[in-house]
Design a protein around this ligand. Sequence first.
Ligand code: IMP
Ligand code: MG
Length: 178
Amino acid sequence: MGRIGKVLFSEKQIREKVEGLGKQVSERFSGKVTEASPLLCICILKGALVFTADIMRRIKLPVELDFIRLSSYKSGTETGKVDLLMDLKSDVEGRDILVLEDIIDTGATLAYLKEFLQKRKAASITFCVLVDKTPRRKKELKIDFTGFRLEKDEFIVGYGLDYAEWGRNLPYIGVLER
Ligand code: IMP
Ligand code: MG
């Protein structure tokens, strides 16, 4: 089991941030998505589950929801390798897509997903990430909406983020005590 060393983002801070992100996303797509062509939200399991559940309710537009499960390897030799563990159910061709992710670190996961969605001919791909951990970025990638920026290479848990499956149900985000 893990332990939290210090709380980085409180429940209240997260709630306010997510509310703001929802507003920005709503503004961005207002007039562009309709009942006939809803915004397709893609939640990257498992980490983005809690974030997705909260932000979806702040997006005041027609949305659809789908899930994908990806796994990225962090070990030295395999850095950048991403596996598809569970595919989408939706056809993404011609769709406006909002990718919801808990945290971007090296960028491998989102770079993989971008290529994956482009190959399937998505009309547009927008990235909305709760935490941008900048120090270990390897893939340059434009993140359209970012909640918090983490300038230190710290491992964080809570609000969906886990350490070996521990800590996903914490209502705040904290640094793991090692
Ligand atoms: P990337 O592919 O290196 O950008 O890593 C992204 C994925 O790594 C995320 O979807 C998380 O599952 C995981 N990850 C990266 N940093 C952390 C962290 O600090 N806490 C928990 N999970 C993390
Ligand atoms: Mg993840």
